[in-house]
Design a protein. Structure first.
Length: 70
C-alpha cells in the first residue's frame, strides 16, 4: 500500500499521504510488538555461549583493520 500510494501522487500533491502514514505507523507498531514478544517469550533465559563468543572476539578480522596504517 505504501508503494502504490507513493506511486500514485502527482506533482507533490499526493492525496494518498494519510494512507502511506497509516501503513508506515502500522508496520512500525507491528515490528515493535514483534521485538517485545521475541524478547519476552524467546530470548529471556537463554544463556549466551561465553566460550564461543570469546573465541570469535579474539579471532575477528576487525582487529587487523585497526593495525592497518592506510
Amino acid at each position: 500500500a505504501v508503494n502504490i500510494g507513493g506511486a500514485s501522487g502527482n506533482f507533490e500533491l499526493n492525496v494518498f499521504k494519510p494512507v502511506i502514514i497509516y501503513n508506515v505507523l502500522q508496520s512500525a507498531r507491528l515490528l515493535a510488538d514483534t521485538c517485545t514478544m521475541f524478547t519476552e517469550h524467546c530470548a529471556v533465559g537463554i544463556p549466551p555461549p561465553v566460550q564461543r563468543l570469546d573465541y570469535y572476539n579474539r579471532n575477528t578480522l576487525m582487529l587487523v583493520t585497526a593495525l592497518n596504517p592506510h
